[in-house]
Design a protein around this ligand. Structure first.
Ligand code: PBG
Length: 322
C-alpha cells in the first residue's frame, strides 16, 4: 500500500503513538560504567580528557560505587593503575593487585553491585604492551599464561565477570580452562572479540597510564578496515567459551555490531570508548551540541544496531533518566 493510503506521519502526530511504536528502548539494564582504581588513600586524579572521570583510590572507589549504585547503575567495569609495573604484568596476578583489593572492598560493602574486571597486561607492564615481549613483539602463547593467572586471581578476589581485552589468539580458551580448573566454572567471560587498533582509545591511555612505550598495537588489535575478520574473531571466541562478545570501539563499527548480532545468537556488547566520549564532551563544552539528546541518540543507535549491552562513560550521567 502506498501514498496516499499509507501516510507514515499519522503515527508521528501524538507522543502517545510515537511511544507506542518505538522499537528500541535504552534501559538501566543495558549499561555498564567503567571506573579506574589507583593506589593510595583519598586519591582522586581527574582525567583531563574525560571530564567527570577520575582515577580513584580504593576508599573513594567504594564511595563512588555506592553513589552509582544508588543512582541505578547495576554494573561497573574496573581498570587498575598499579603501584609498580613489571616486564610481564605479574603485578596483576597477585592477591594484593590493585583490582583485587578494589574487588574485595567493593564486595564487602555492597555485594549487589556487579563487578566486571578487565583482563589485560598493558596497564601492568613497564613497556605498556598487552603481553610479554619477545624479539620486539608481544609473544602470544607466553601472554596466555599471565592472562589466565590474572583471571583466576581476579575470580578469587570476588569479581562477577572477566573481560579479556588483550586480543591474543586463544585467550578465551586459556582463561576458560584455568577458571574451570579452579572451580570458577560459573564465572562468565565477556570477550573483547572484535577489538580494533583504534585512535579512539587516546584518552583512555592517559586514564590508565597504559600507552605503549614503543610501536603500536597493530600486531594484535584489528585493522579498522576489516569486517569479515571480525566475524572470524567472534566465531573463535564463541567456540572457545565466550558468553558475551564485544565490538570495540562502538560508533564507527555499527556495521560490525549488526553483522555479529545477525550472524551469531549470542549477547553482544558495544564499548563506547574514551575518544567517542571525549568528542561529545568537547563539543558540548563549546555549546555546539545538546549533550543529553546526542548521548541518548548515540546509545539508542548502538542498541538498534544490535548491541544488548553498552559500556559507556556517559552511564553515570544518564542513568537517572532511564
Ligand atoms: C586495554 C584496554 C584499552 C581499552 C580498554 N581496555 C586500551 C587499549 O587497548 O589500548 C580502551 C577503552 C577506552 O578507550 O575507553 N587493553
Amino acid at each position: 500500500m502506498s501514498y496516499p493510503v499509507t501516510r507514515l506521519r499519522r503515527l508521528r502526530q501524538s507522543p502517545v503513538t510515537r511511544n507506542m511504536i518505538r522499537e528500541t528502548l535504552l534501559t538501566r539494564n543495558d549499561l555498564i560504567m567503567p571506573l579506574f582504581v589507583c593506589p593510595g588513600t583519598n586519591v582522586e586524579n581527574k582525567i583531563s580528557s574525560m571530564p567527570g572521570n577520575s582515577q580513584l583510590s580504593v576508599d573513594l572507589l567504594v564511595k563512588k560505587g555506592k553513589e552509582l549504585f544508588d543512582k541505578g547503575v547495576q554494573s561497573i567495569l574496573i581498570f587498575g593503575i598499579p603501584e609498580t609495573k613489571d616486564e610481564h604484568g605479574i603485578v596483576a596476578c597477585t592477591h594484593n593487585g590493585i583490582v583485587q583489593q578494589a574487588a574485595r572492598a567493593l564486595k564487602k560493602e555492597f555485594p549487589e553491585l556487579y563487578l566486571i574486571a578487565d583482563v589485560c597486561n598493558c596497564e601492568y607492564t613497564t613497556h605498556g604492551h598487552c603481553g610479554t615481549i619477545v624479539d620486539g613483539d608481544v609473544h602470544n602463547d607466553l601472554t596466555l599464561e599471565t592472562l589466565a593467572k590474572q583471571s583466576v586471581s581476579l575470580a578469587e578476589s570476588g569479581v562477577d565477570m572477566i573481560a579479556p581485552s588483550d586480543m591474543m589468539d586463544g585467550r578465551v580458551s586459556a582463561i576458560r580452562s584455568a577458571l574451570d580448573k579452579n572451580g570458577f566454572y560459573n564465572m562468565p567471560i565477556m570477550a573483547y572479540s572484535a577489538k580494533y587498533a583504534s585512535a579512539f582509545y587516546g584518552p583512555f591511555r592517559e586514564a590508565a597510564e597504559s600507552a605503549p612505550k614503543f610501536g603500536d598495537r597493530k600486531t594484535y588489535q584489528m585493522d579498522p578496515a576489516n569486517g569479515d575478520e571480525a566475524l572470524r574473531e567472534v566465531a573463535l571466541d564463541i567456540e572457545e567459551g565466550a558468553d558475551i562478545v564485544m565490538v570495540k570501539p562502538a560508533l564507527n563499527y555499527m556495521d560490525i555490531i549488526y553483522r555479529v548480532k545477525s550472524t551469531f545468537n549470542i549477547p553482544v556488547a558495544a564499548y563506547n570508548v574514551s575518544g567517542e566520549f571525549a568528542m561529545v564532551k568537547a563539543a558540548a563544552a563549546k555549546g555546539w551540541i545538546d549533550e543529553k539528546r546526542i548521548v541518548n541518540e548515540l546509545l539508542t543507535g548502538l542498541k538498534r544496531a544490535g548491541a544488548d549491552i553498552i559500556i559507556s562513560y556517559h552511564t553515570q550521567e544518564i542513568i537517572q533518566d532511564l
